[in-house]
Design a protein around this ligand. Sequence first.
Ligand SMILES: Nc1nc2c(ncn2[C@@H]2O[C@H](COP(=O)(O)OP(=O)(O)O)[C@@H](O)[C@H]2O)c(=O)[nH]1
Ligand SMILES: [Mg+2]
Length: 212
Amino acid sequence: MSISLKNARFIAGAAQLHQAPADFGHEVAFVGRSNSGKSSAINAITHNSKLARVSKQPGRTQQINFFEVTELQRIVDLPGYGFAKAPLEMRESWTKLIEAYISQRESLSGLILVADVRRGITELDWTLLEWCSQVSVPVHVLLSKSDKLSRSAAALALRTVHKVLAEANFAAELQLFSAVTGVGLAQVQGVVSYWLRGEKNEPRLKGGKPGL
Ligand SMILES: Nc1nc2c(ncn2[C@@H]2O[C@H](COP(=O)(O)OP(=O)(O)O)[C@@H](O)[C@H]2O)c(=O)[nH]1
Ligand SMILES: [Mg+2]
């Protein structure tokens, strides 16, 4: 079955997990620091620039946003973490919400971790990777905003993060991505569609260097 990601539409926002839509079918969630490019990535993969709100101000998305692709398939925009200026109380409630979502959500098939290619994997990203490995949820890392670096600098960043993840024994796959130029778009669309179909493991992507 081929899935049309273009059909995605907003169905619900949840400030707490119990407000989330019924937990059945398959979900793919986008996580990462605030301002890392999560909403832009969702808009790019669904070819809908108006779907998820892109913000110039970091830390604005404070709820989990659910987008339905079909009745049984959803894309999820999780609130961003690591926004230094947010009050501690708010930061803690975001962290709790994300942890609860990852550990309790039955329909969660895979996570797309979005990290700015210029920053790489930060401390809170590691925490998130650990939660995912504890509950055996697969993770695919997007090194986003690759258009902000030269091709060679982006390739170097990719190799560096690859090495760091391998040394830490994280099985996450990773790729370069740009919502602006479309670098890596087909690859991440493939991963999202695969997980939305309920496939358990990462697809083995054919040929070429990832994301280049
Ligand atoms: N140059 C560039 N800017 C991007 C890209 N993705 C997102 N941005 C910008 O980064 C900012 C944050 O993006 P957003 O998608 O709202 O991030 P979120 O907070 O993680 O959802 C916005 O100003 C976007 O226009 C990208 O691939 N390239
Ligand atoms: Mg956002």
